[in-house]
Write a new protein. Structure first.
Length: 174
């Protein structure tokens, strides 16, 4: 399903999320199961299915990374079940440095300082990745789509790394 069509957007990485939320509420009101309480079972089932599609579409389009993946899937490049790894050696080296820094947190006299530095480093790196991803998604050729897919893979790794750092920080605060 093309969620951009569902929400009446032209497929684009940069979308108006306030307008998306407004359209989401309008669509939800139109198909809410309560409106079909006195209709046939088939109509009720269709309403529930449509509501689920709208919810999934909204969650997909409001999250930049999921939105980018959806754009690529519409272009024929599905990343949802892939096992491809990043081959960018400089990114792999950066990963190793971050992993080492995360391991150092438990042995540090000032763990919160290290955590803050890592959060800043992650944010700077993510910003660069998202900027490049947005530029690549403006283009519609296969090579740029493949490069965009690599940026998405990197961003997914960054999300996992941030989750790991957050768990470590939570453990330190307990």
């Amino acid at each position: 399903m093309n969620y951009f069509e569902l929400f009446h957007f032209t497929p684009a990485f940069d979308i108006d999320t306030a307008l998306l939320a407004e359209r989401y509420r309008e669509l939800q009101r139109a198909v809410h199961p309560d409106k079909f309480a006195h209709d046939s079972e088939q109509q009720k089932l269709l309403s529930v299915q449509r509501t689920a599609q709208i919810n999934d579409g909204y969650q997909t389009l409001k999250a930049p990374l999921r939105r980018a993946e959806h754009m690529l899937s519409l272009r024929g490049l599905d990343l949802s079940h892939e096992t491809t790894t990043v081959k960018d050696t400089s990114f792999l080296m950066q990963q190793m440095e971050w992993r080492e820094a995360i391991e150092d947190i438990n042995h540090s006299d000032e763990p919160q300082d290290l955590i803050d530095e890592l959060y800043d480093s992650f944010a700077d790196f993510e910003k660069r990745l998202f900027t490049l991803l947005a530029e690549l998604l403006l283009k519609t050729n296969e090579q740029d789509d493949l490069l965009a897919a690599d940026q998405i893979r990197k961003l997914k790794f960054m999300a996992k790394l941030q989750d790991e750092l957050s768990r470590i920080e939570d453990k330190l605060l307990d």
